[in-house]
Design a protein. Structure first.
Length: 359
């Protein structure tokens, strides 16, 4: 997708009504088409089967850990457990978006169980940050997913780097991106603990801070007890290291294609909901295995337009949304998985260019 597509819409918005007509939202028309196709209806049976298979996979891996005993071959189930955690996280993501049950309490109860207890992430913290991301995807000031951190996602962020280490990282961030994702799993746990301990969450959907803290401690206790009862401390540390590294890499590879490398919405820009979501998102082509591996997030445009749409319906919504965008002259980005990673790395490389030029 051409970067100028968003810039043109933004310029139109900035010019005001005297210079150009304000970009009109056509979203209600699209909603009617999607609702008429039954794509916003709940799929409880399908989610019931998916949940049973996911938890069954998780239980099978845990059973394998127990049966394998005190062996260095435990590094194999450590990898498998990372994939199981990711599939549990995808279900928690759907619950957080109210895509499973019609009742919010039921979704939140499931989300807390999957997130806090099974994978050790604060559901309340995630709902808070993810909701802000959905409201303002790729907005340089409002989207926490492209906030100023280890990597720089905008030239403004790169320009702020004023110490040798951060400048070194940003200069080479395209090369360092995948190695750094090995630390993402640990980072997610740390962010969860910090958010709960400081009361930083803006969302109450994770329950009280006491509930969040207790459920996170329950996860840690169960996980560490399992490992230390089955294997030696050295093997347990190795298991944890491999598991968290692979999980961090997997989750990062799942989320990176969605928005990274797509146009950034600058401060002061005004876009209607439809264009804000479509122009900053990217779909990934693929079939059943891509849907499974990416948790349905490969339909990122459809997911951002209809966050509470059940995952099985996203692929059916795609042709409707794509046709609608074509009819209304809205650029729709879809590419292969490998090409999406290339676009992400190209963007990171471009952002770091000014720092490479100055040495």
């Amino acid at each position: 997708m051409a970067q100028g597509t968003v810039a043109q819409a933004v310029d139109q918005e900035r010019a005001g009504p005297a210079a150009a007509p304000r970009v009109r939202s056509d979203f209600s028309e699209l909603v009617r088409a999607v609702r008429a196709a039954g794509l916003l209806d709940r799929r409880l049976a399908r989610y019931g089967l998916r949940t049973a298979l996911t938890l069954g996979f998780l239980a099978a891996v845990v059973a394998g850990v127990v049966l394998l005993g005190n062996s260095w071959f435990q590094l194999v189930p450590a990898v498998l457990l990372a994939f199981a955690f990711a599939q549990v996280a995808f279900l928690g993501h759907d619950a957080g978006h109210q895509a499973i049950f019609a009742n919010r309490r039921h979704n939140d109860a499931l989300g807390r169980t999957l997130g806090n207890v099974l994978i050790g992430l604060s559901y309340g913290w995630w709902v808070d940050t993810h909701s802000r991301h959905h409201a303002n995807p790729n907005h340089e000031d409002r989207d926490p997913d492209i906030g100023d951190g280890v990597l720089a996602f905008t030239t403004a962020q790169a320009a702020k780097r004023n110490n040798a280490v951060s400048r070194f990282v940003v200069r080479r961030q395209a090369w360092l991106f995948f190695p750094l994702t090995l630390l993402e799993g640990i980072s997610l746990h740390v962010d969860s603990v910090v958010a709960v301990s400081t009361g930083r969450n803006r969302s109450s959907r994770g329950g009280s801070r006491r509930v969040e803290a207790l459920t996170l401690m329950l996860h840690a206790a169960l996980f560490l007890t399992l490992l230390l009862l089955v294997m030696s401390p050295a093997k347990a540390i190795a298991f944890l290291g491999v598991n968290q590294a692979v999980w961090g890499l997997y989750m990062s590879c799942t989320f990176a294609p969605n928005h990274k490398g797509m146009p950034i919405i600058e401060r002061g820009a005004r876009l209607d909901f439809l264009r804000r979501q479509v122009l900053t998102s990217r779909d990934v082509r693929g079939g059943f295995f891509t849907d499974l591996a990416l948790g349905g997030l490969n339909y990122q445009i459809e997911h951002h337009l209809f966050p509470n749409m059940p995952r099985p319906h996203l692929r059916h919504a795609q042709p409707i949304v794509r046709r609608f965008c074509a009819e209304h002259g809205i650029s729709y980005s879809q590419t292969s998985l490998l090409r999406s990673y290339r676009q992400v790395l190209e963007h990171l490389h471009e952002v770091g260019a000014p720092l490479r030029a100055t040495g």
